[in-house]
Design a protein around this ligand. Structure first.
Ligand SMILES: C[S@@+](CC[C@H](N)C(=O)[O-])C[C@H]1O[C@@H](n2cnc3c(N)ncnc32)[C@H](O)[C@@H]1O
Length: 350
């Protein structure tokens, strides 16, 4: 009976051990709490390809998370993104949000703790020809966000500014508009160009500050940035972005515990660096029939240590008779921004 069904393996011990059961053509047949599916996982060749809204995803059902029932939700959320938006996908899996966002022309920072997910995420970015738009990371989501938000040292900027602003390359960069929608004036272009150096510096600082010590991944990030930045000057690829200055959307699809990760936004963004409006946070969660949206909102606000204005709850789907998956979307509150002081500069720099 179960021969033609296979289950995903939950990578993280915090993730609930509800297995999504999928048949060989990628359709969900049911959801179980049955350990025997874990036994199946890894024993057979479970590598397959599935299609969602014109994108192709390669995956190994035995090693990564996949749920075809989320197709409509993937489409719905990505439809909120605009070309050039900067997206952080904290729990990216094999890329069902990141890849279509890249196809739309968004710059995506995509992270997953499971190295197998990141392996397939990279493959899927390539298959769908969006590898220039997607920066992949393999670390804990909190560390990922902290690392992205480390601004380059302002003193380093002033050292590089003069040299870079005399470069001929700057002119071609000026032909494009910034991913965050800011207009490129001369100063902005100088800034843009100096970040070719400062992004590498930032990556180096990330190596020093990362709790996970994920050095290889960060070196790769710097190389990816350099490669993409070089391409940008020569062709019409995406421009380099500075996530510590602006992000448009953060996707948090780990419904069983994403709310717990909201505390990482408290004091994450430096006021002096940030430009434009604060990001939209899309935090997935489960709500039981015994719980209310107010309860979830309270939990989110407690974690953020700030009040959320105008929260939007979107019911994604029922996962059990008394339990539904929701997406809570809101703009990050201003109170989450931090003023740079000597103390927190030191804590960032170690
Ligand atoms: C529910 S899946 C969602 C994947 C993808 N966004 C999708 O819609 O298919 C959650 C993902 O979070 C990853 N994950 C679990 N704990 C994590 C953590 N602490 N940091 C980063 N990723 C984590 C898992 O490996 C898994 O791929």
């Amino acid at each position: 009976m179960y021969k033609d069904v296979i289950a995903n393996v939950i990578y993280d011990k915090n993730y609930p051990r509800i297995q999504t059961v999928v048949n060989k053509v990628g359709a969900i047949s049911n959801e179980f709490r049955v350990p025997k599916f874990e036994i199946l996982a890894g024993k057979n060749d479970m590598v397959t390809e599935v299609k969602q809204y014109g994108a192709t995803f390669k995956l190994d059902y035995g090693l990564v998370y996949w749920n075809s029932r989320l197709e409509h939700e993937h489409i719905r959320l990505v439809s909120l993104f605009k070309k050039g938006d900067v997206i952080c996908d904290m729990f990216a899996g094999i890329g069902p949000f990141s890849v279509p966002a890249g196809q739309k022309g968004c710059i995506v920072y995509a992270n997953d703790l499971n190295p197998d997910s990141v392996h397939y995420l990279k493959i899927n970015a390539k298959i769908n020809k969006v590898e220039d738009y997607i920066f992949t990371h393999n670390m804990d989501a909190r560390v990922f966000m902290q690392n992205l938000m480390i601004a380059p040292d302002p003193e380093a900027k002033s050292q590089f500014a003069a040299a870079n602003c005399s470069s001929g390359e700057i002119v071609s960069a000026n032909e494009h508009s910034m991913p965050n929608g800011n207009n490129n004036d001369v100063q902005e272009v100088c800034q843009e160009s100096l970040d070719d150096s400062s992004v590498v510096n930032t990556a180096k600082r990330r190596q020093e500050t990362s709790n996970e010590g994920d050095v290889a991944c960060q070196e790769e990030d710097a190389n990816q940035t350099k490669k993409r930045n070089n391409k940008k000057v020569k062709s019409s690829g995406p421009l380099p972005v500075k996530p510590w200055e602006h992000i448009d959307h953060v996707v948090m699809n780990l419904p069983a515990s994403a709310l717990q990760f909201l505390d990482c936004f408290s004091g994450l963004i430096q006021k002096r660096c940030w430009k434009g409006s604060l990001p939209w946070i899309h935090c997935y969660c489960f709500i039981r029939s015994s719980e209310s949206e107010e309860l979830i909102l309270c939990e989110a606000q407690n974690k953020l240590n700030a009040k959320i204005a105008e929260p939007i709850f979107h019911r994604v789907r029922d996962v059990a008779p008394n339990k539904a998956m929701y997406c809570l979307s809101f703009r990050l509150p201003m109170e989450c921004l931090v003023e740079e002081t000597e103390d927190n500069v030191q804590s960032v720099d170690g």
